[in-house]
Design a protein around this ligand. Structure first.
Ligand SMILES: [Mg+2]
Length: 184
């Protein structure tokens, strides 16, 4: 049986573990493509990240100014407690979602071995949460896509929307894994 694959994308205010997270998007996928019924999007409160000791990188904050108004939804939502969850609550909800949706062996993909999963892990430690995913579940989509540069990434949805990015990446990863017979 194929393991349960989940593509994760974060929108953040920094590129290193310890950075503020604005949103988490994640989608299940397998040999038939992405699974719309297994999707989650969580908007995270910016102040709660600061209170937890997560940091904002001024260059990334400035970078957001140049992004589309639709993508900036993540920034707008993060500024209000009415539209975003505390980072601790979001990690809790994300963990529950992972446990509920994917009972068999789980593989979590991030774009870079260090970026999405590293930033999530640092936030988990700062907020005192237990590990969210099993050991050895981390997989690197950046490595995967560089193994097969002939299989082109096709953008879809809003660029820099965490869930849309996760879906576009999951579609791409599906094509590559099908081509190389790489499903675990
Ligand atoms: Mg993204």
């Amino acid at each position: 049986m194929v393991a349960a694959n989940v593509m994760i994308d974060l929108e953040t205010l920094g590129n290193v573990p310890g950075s503020t997270i604005l949103s988490i998007g994640a989608i299940g996928f397998g040999p038939d493509g992405f699974e719309p019924m297994r999707a989650i999007y969580l908007a995270i409160n910016r102040k709660s990240c600061k209170d937890a000791g997560l940091i904002e990188d001024p260059e990334t904050v400035a970078w957001w100014n140049d992004q589309s108004e639709e993508a900036k939804r993540a920034l707008r939502e993060a500024d209000s407690i009415r539209t975003s969850l505390s980072v601790g609550r979001a990690l809790n909800d994300f963990s529950k979602w992972l446990n509920k949706q994917f009972s068999n062996s789980l593989l979590l993909w991030g774009n870079g071995s260090f970026y999405d999963l590293g930033i999530l892990e640092a936030a988990r430690i700062k907020t005192g949460h237990y590990p969210i995913w099993p050991k050895h579940a981390d997989r690197c989509y950046r490595t995967l896509k560089n193994l097969r540069k002939d299989i082109v990434f096709e953008p879809s949805g809003i660029k820099h929307d965490a869930l849309d990015d996760a879906i576009a990446q999951a579609q791409h990863a599906t094509k590559i894994l099908n081509a190389i017979g790489g499903w675990e």
